[in-house]
Design a binder for this molecule. Structure first.
Ligand code: NAD
Ligand code: UFG
Length: 339
C-alpha cells in the first residue's frame, strides 16, 4: 500500500532532518519546507546520501501564504509535521515580537492554508518548557502549564490555538508532542546539531569543548537540590525522538481528540553526569568551571513517558552512552558543523 505524503516544516533543521530520514526509511513520501533561517541545504544533501534518494525540498516561509500554496498545489499532503520555529530562549526575551510572529503567527497561517487545501492533520513540536517549574517529577501531561519566557509562551499559545482549532472543527487531527531535551545525532555522524555561534544548550557546548573549540564548560550552578547540586534533565536521543514522530504520523488519523504527549526517557541526568559520560564516550577531557546559576533555570525536569508508550507504542531505546557516542561522532567528524 502506498504510504502518505508528509509535509515536514523545518525539515532541514536538527530534529527535522533526523525525522525525514526515518520517515523515508518507513516508506513515506516527504516534502521538506524550510526558510533556511537556522539550517543549511547541506543537511538535506547529507540526508539524501543516507536514504539514497532525492529529497523534495521547497524553500519558503510558513508566514507566507504564497509559499505554502505552492506546496499544496504541487503535492497531495496527507499530514504535516510542524517543526518550523525559532527556539533560542535568550533571544526570545530580547526579541519577543520576532518569536510571536515567527512561531505563533506562522502556525496560524500554516493551519489556515492547510484547512484551505483540505489537510487537517498536524503533529506539532511543543516542549517540556510548558511545564514551567514543576512542583514534582516525573512530569505527567496533566501537570499545570506556565511560561517564563516568550519562547515558552509561544509554545503554550500554539498549543491553545490548536485546541481551539479542534473545538471549532472536529475533523482536525492534532498531536502536541512535548519534547524533553533532545541530544545526539544519527549514528552515521553525518547529520547532527549545528548551533549558530556559542551554543546555549548543554550537549553541543560539551561536544565543542571536547573537540577543542571551547576552552571550558561553565556549569550553571552546583547548589541545586539534586544528586550533585547541578541541574537534572531528561536527555532523549534525537533518533528516538524522530521515531516517535513516525509512530505519531502512523496513528494520527485515528485520534478523536487533541493528543498531548510527553517525549522523554523518564530518566534524569545531572550536568556533571553528562560531562562524565561524554568524557568516557569521547576519550577527551571536558574541562569545566562552576559558574552562577542561569536565570530561569530549574533544578530538575524529567518526564513520565508512559502515555507515549500507551498511545504511540513508543519508548526511548537509546541510553546516555549512545547519546554521547553519536554526538561525539558528529562533532569530531564535523568540527565546524555543516560549514
Ligand atoms: P532547528 O532550528 O534546527 O530547526 C527548526 C527549523 O525551522 C530550521 O531549519 C529553520 O530554518 C526552520 N524555520 C524557522 N522558522 C521558519 C519559518 N518561519 N518558515 C520556515 N522554516 C522556518 O530546531 P530543532 O532543534 O530541530 O527544533 C525543531 C522544533 O522543535 C522547534 O519548533 C523547536 O522549538 C522544537 N523543540 C526543540 C527542542 C530542542 O531542544 N532542540 C526542544 C523542544 C522543542
Ligand atoms: N547548562 C550548563 N552549562 C551550559 C549549558 C547548560 O551548566 O553551558 C545546564 C543548565 O543549567 C541545565 C542543563 O545544563 O541544568 C541543561 O541545559 P540546556 O540549556 O541544554 O536545556 P534546558 O533544560 O535548560 O532547556 C532549555 C530552555 C528550554 C527549552 C530547551 C530546549 O530553557 O526552555 O532548552 O531548547 F525548551
Amino acid at each position: 500500500m502506498p504510504k502518505d505524503t508528509i509535509l515536514v516544516t523545518g525539515g532541514a533543521g536538527y530534529i527535522g532532518s533526523h525525522t525525514v530520514v526515518l520517515l523515508i526509511e518507513a516508506g513515506y513520501k516527504v516534502v521538506v519546507f524550510d526558510n533556511l533561517s537556522n539550517a543549511s541545504k547541506e543537511s538535506l544533501k547529507r540526508v539524501e546520501k543516507l536514504v539514497n534518494q532525492k529529497i523534495t525540498f521547497i524553500e519558503g516561509d510558513i508566514r507566507s501564504r504564497e509559499d505554502l500554496q505552492k506546496v499544496f498545489d504541487s503535492h497531495n499532503i496527507d499530514s504535516v509535521i510542524h517543526f518550523a520555529g525559532l527556539k533560542a530562549v535568550g533571544e526570545s526575551v530580547e526579541k519577543p515580537l520576532k518569536y510571536y510572529d515567527n512561531n505563533v503567527n506562522g502556525t496560524v497561517i500554516l493551519c489556515e492554508m492547510m484547512a484551505k487545501n483540505g489537510c487537517k492533520s498536524i503533529i506539532f513540536s511543543s516542549s517540556a518548557t510548558v511545564y514551567g517549574d514543576p512542583a514534582t517529577t516525573p512530569i505527567l501531561e496533566s501537570f499545570p502549564t506556565s511560561a517564563t519566557n516568550p519562547y515558552g509562551r509561544s509554545k503554550l499559545m500554539i498549543e491553545e490555538i490548536l485546541r481551539d482549532v479542534y473545538v471549532a472543527d472536529n475533523a482536525w487531527k492534532i498531536v502536541l508532542l512535548r519534547y524533553f531535551n533532545p541530544v545526539g545525532s544519527h549514528q552515521s555522524g553525518s547529520i547532527g546539531e549545528d548551533p549558530n555561534g556559542i551554543p546555549n544548550n548543554l550537549m553541543p557546548f560539551i561536544a565543542q569543548t571536547a573537540v577543542g573549540k571551547r576552552e571550558y564548560l561553565s556549569v550553571f550552578g552546583d547548589d541545586y537540590d539534586t544528586i550533585d547540586g547541578t541541574g537534572v534533565r531528561d536527555y532523549i536521543h534525537v533518533v528516538d525522538l524522530a521515531d516517535a514522530h513516525v509512530k505519531a504520523v502512523g496513528k494520527v488519523k485515528n485520534f478523536t481528540e487533541v493528543m498531548t504527549i510527553n517525549l522523554g526517557t523518564g530518566k534524569g541526568y545531572s550536568v556533571l553526569e553528562m560531562v562524565k559520560a561524554f568524557e568516557k564516550a569521547s576519550g577527551k577531557k571536558v574541562p569545566y568551571q562552576i559558574a552562577p546559576r542561569r536565570a530561569g533555570d530549574i533544578a530538575t525536569c524529567f518526564a513520565n513517558p508512559s502515555y507515549a508508550k500507551e498511545i504511540l507504542a513508543w519508548e526511548a531505546t537509546k541510553g546516555i552512552e549512545a547519546m554521547c557516542e553519536d554526538s561525539w561522532r558528529w562533532q569530531s567528524s564535523n568540527p565546524n558543523g555543516y560549514n
